[in-house]
Design a protein. Sequence first.
Length: 226
Amino acid sequence: MGLYHYPKAQHKRAFRPRVFKNYKTYKRWLQQEFNRVCVYCREPDTLSSNLNFGVDHYRPKSISRFASLACDYTNLYYCCGNCNSRKKADWPADETNGPYVVNPCDHVMADHIRFNVVSGEMDARSAWGEHMRVLLQLNDPASVATRKNQLLIVKYCGDEIGRLKRQLTALRKKLNRGEMTRQQHDAEVVAVEADINSAIQLLNAVTGATPLPTLSKHKMALQLHP
């Protein structure tokens, strides 16, 4: 899935952690569950430490009938600080008709809201998508500018990685033609590969693909859904 794009299918949860007394304990599972991305605005956590990613209660714990869901993993989502503070205790008075803030487990999010790669904005495709866009201020100027900048970084990284790989090919050809020694070739290859790794690390940071530590699979801490 591309950067900032909303899922075109519902998400099936991969983890089933044991019940904890503090909902914040679930954060590391949710971070992996939702691939380091805020489920609402699609911002990766790797370049946005100032957004203070945390745990959102989809059904607000401040509403008395949902209080029992405070530590229910299926009600918890990985969420940036901006979306969490803007969503607050939002819940429709009419649960039949909504509007709801859509989430990846209960809804096909792309049916309600989509990322416009040209404008950098989130375009509503339904009344629920529009409710979400307005409530969470998804198209505030700072967010739109950030998306455009990060898309440019992704493009530049891709172009640079391609250029460096072509450089490796050219070095192999020079070596085969006897235009450079093995020592010269190997030294230049080391330098080029270091540049490739740096570009890949930056690309991973921008897209949220930086690897996370593996979660414990001890039966008392975590179960994987079949």
